[in-house]
Design a protein around this ligand. Structure first.
Ligand SMILES: NC(=O)c1ccc[n+]([C@@H]2O[C@H](COP(=O)([O-])OP(=O)(O)OC[C@H]3O[C@@H](n4cnc5c(N)ncnc54)[C@H](OP(=O)(O)O)[C@@H]3O)[C@@H](O)[C@H]2O)c1
Length: 245
C-alpha cells in the first residue's frame, strides 16, 4: 500500500478539520451548515464586526475574528486543516481578494484541499466564451464600481490567477447568478463559460455552498475551475435530456 492511500485511510477515520474564510456572509453561513452536517470540525474567519452573524453556530464552531487578508489571522486559522473554503470578494480597491488568496496559498498545509469561490466573470483560459452583452455589462459595471472605489473586479481576477498558477491542491468554483431558496441538489458544471448547459445562469446559493463543501472530498476537481449552474435550471435539464438520448 502506497503512502497516499495510508493518508486517506487515516483521514477517513476522523472528522475533517475545515477552515471557512468569509464565513459570516450568505455563502459562508451555508457552507458552515453543510460542513457541520457532515460532522466536520469548523474554524471560521470573519470580520470582527460580523462575528454576531455566526451566533447560531455558537459552541459548534471556532470563530477567529479578523480581516480575511490579515496573514497572521489566516496563518492561525488554517493550521492543521484538511481543507480551506475561501469566499473571494472584490470589496474595496486595496487588493482584499488577492491578499486573502495569497495568505491562504502561503499558510495552508501543503496537502490541504483549497476551494475558492468567485463568479463566471473570472476566465480560466481562452476557451471561456462570453456574450457581447456580458462583456459590455462587465466593462461598464467594473469601471463604475472602481471609480466609486467600492469594488475592484480585477482584484478577484488577480486572486484567481495566483490560485491557478499555484502548486497547491486548489479548485476555483465559478458561480452563476444566485438566488435564495431550498436546496435542489448538487449543481452541474462545465469547464467553460459559454457551454449551453450553463445558459440559464442561475444557482441556489445553498447549492453553490454544497458544491464548495463537496469539492473538499472530490479529487477529480483538483486544478479545475468549474463554472456551475443549478441542477434543476432549464439549461441543465435539457442538456441532461440530450445526453441521455
Ligand atoms: N451575488 C451573486 O450573484 C454572485 C454570483 C456569482 C458568484 N458569486 C460569488 O459568490 C461568493 C459569495 O457572494 P455573495 O454575493 O453571495 O455574498 P456573501 O455570501 O454575502 O459574501 C459577502 C462577503 O463579503 C464580505 N464583505 C462584505 N462587505 C465587505 C467589505 N466592505 N469589506 C470586506 N468584506 C466585505 C462579507 O463579510 P461580512 O459578513 O463581514 O460582511 C462576506 O464574507 C463570492 O465569491 C462571489 O464572487 C456571487
Amino acid at each position: 500500500m502506497g503512502m497516499h492511500e495510508v493518508t486517506y485511510e487515516a483521514r477517513d477515520q476522523r472528522a475533517l478539520k475545515v477552515c471557512i474564510i468569509g464565513a459570516s456572509g450568505k455563502l459562508g453561513r451555508y457552507m458552515v451548515q453543510h460542513a457541520l452536517d457532515r460532522g466536520y470540525e469548523v474554524v471560521a474567519v470573519c470580520r470582527e464586526k460580523s462575528a454576531g452573524k455566526l451566533e447560531a453556530f455558537e459552541e459548534r464552531i471556532t470563530v477567529l475574528p479578523g480581516r480575511t487578508d490579515d496573514r497572521e489571522v489566516i496563518r492561525r486559522a488554517v493550521a492543521g486543516c484538511d481543507g480551506v473554503l475561501t469566499v473571494l470578494v472584490p470589496w474595496g480597491v486595496h487588493g482584499y481578494s488577492t491578499g486573502t488568496a495569497q495568505a491562504v496559498l502561503d499558510h495552508a498545509p501543503a496537502d490541504a484541499r483549497l476551494v475558492f469561490s468567485c463568479g463566471w466573470h473570472v476566465a480560466r483560459d481562452d476557451q471561456d466564451v462570453y456574450s457581447l452583452k456580458f462583456r459590455a455589462f462587465a466593462r461598464v459595471f467594473g469601471a463604475v464600481a472602481r471609480l466609486a472605489r467600492v469594488v475592484d473586479v480585477r482584484d478577484q481576477e488577480e486572486a484567481c490567477r495566483r490560485v491557478f498558477t499555484s502548486d497547491t491542491r486548489w479548485t476555483v468554483v465559478r458561480g452563476s447568478d444566485l438566488e435564495e431558496g431550498e436546496s435542489q441538489g448538487l449543481p452541474v458544471w462545465s469547464r467553460h463559460v459559454g457551454d449551453p448547459i450553463l445558459a440559464s445562469n442561475i444557482t441556489r446559493r445553498i447549492d453553490f455552498a454544497l458544491f464548495m463543501v463537496e469539492a473538499l472530498v472530490d479529487d477529480s476537481l483538483v486544478h479545475e475551475a468549474p463554472a456551475i449552474v443549478g441542477c434543476q435550471a432549464p439549461s441543465a435539464l435539457s442538456a441532461g435530456a440530450t445526453r441521455q438520448m
